[in-house]
Design a protein around this ligand. Structure first.
Ligand SMILES: Cc1cc2nc3c(=O)[nH]c(=O)nc-3n(C[C@H](O)[C@H](O)[C@H](O)COP(=O)(O)O)c2cc1C
Length: 244
């Protein structure tokens, strides 16, 4: 498939067949992901493949009972990693300046770029994926289960497997809202977002056989109108990401 067609065909998969994925294929997917651009060649990503079924069940539970964490052929936790960067400084006789917000951002951005690159590689092979941000619902036990050292935090999980469903693609905001020319002009955004809301309403109604009457703006106010994982700041500080 043409790469742009592949990207436009993306949809998260939450039901997988029982078929396994060859280890060589997994390695080539993760290797491709880690070939993504990386800020100053920091390579601030560590991927932990979780095979142990008990650990998978524990993480699925911590993520709010997401069955696909257990049923996907492969499950990974993608971590932003400054532990190895600190080691590199020490190996060179230096010391990493502690707690820099910029370092935190670099490692997190690296991790997201590497993951999404692996996702594209996986989808190009016909595999399905689902990110699991909900591992941050209760991230300390996840960090404990994976024995993460200081200066490493779990950014998200990733389910990988052969799709056992064929969901519709979810409409995105129109480019007339998200791609701007020269300056941030939002004068037409309300009308255009209103149109998008109607497309999303139709998408939800179709996907749920008429049960779910929601829009993008109603999703956003439900999501953003309340506190979101307020423990994250303290969790990150405990791991050494003190943000200065
Ligand atoms: C960082 C991130 C975290 C996510 N976490 C979850 C999750 O915990 N559980 C889940 O089922 N889907 C999760 N998703 C999938 C999103 O819900 C999904 O990408 C979004 O609704 C758009 O749908 P699509 O991927 O089918 O286009 C996550 C996606 C991202 C990028």
């Amino acid at each position: 498939m043409d790469v742009i067609d592949l990207l436009n065909a993306h949809r998260s998969i939450r039901k997988f067949t029982e078929a396994s994925i060859d280890d060589t294929m997994v390695e080539s997917i993760i290797g491709a992901g880690l070939s993504a651009a990386t800020s100053s060649n920091l390579q601030g990503t560590t991927v932990i493949r979780v095979r142990n079924p008990e650990t998978r069940t524990a993480i699925a539970t911590l993520a709010g009972g997401q069955a696909h964490v257990e049923t996907a052929a492969a499950f990974f936790v993608w971590c932003a990693d400054l532990h190895r960067s600190a080691l590199a400084c020490e190996m060179d006789g230096g010391e990493m300046s502690p707690g820099m917000t910029e370092h935190f951002m670099i490692a997190t951005i690296d991790c997201a770029l590497a993951t999404q690159t692996a996702v594209v590689a996986a989808e190009s092979l016909g595999l399905g994926i689902c990110y699991i941000g909900s591992i941050r619902n209760d991230p300390q036990p996840v960090a404990d289960l994976l024995e993460l050292p200081d200066q490493v935090y779990p950014v998200f999980g990733l389910c990988l497997g052969w799709p056992a469903q064929d969901p519709q693609t979810q409409p995105r905001l129109p480019l007339s809202v998200t791609l701007k020319e020269e300056v941030y002009d939002d004068s037409n955004d309300v009308a255009r977002i209103g149109d998008y809301d109607e497309r999303m309403r139709a998408y939800y109604l179709e996907r749920t056989g008429g049960k779910l009457d929601r829009t993008w703006t109603s999703d956003m106010s439900a999501l953003l109108g309340k506190e979101s994982r307020p423990h994250m700041r303290e969790f990150l500080a405990r791991r050494g990401f003190t943000m200065r």
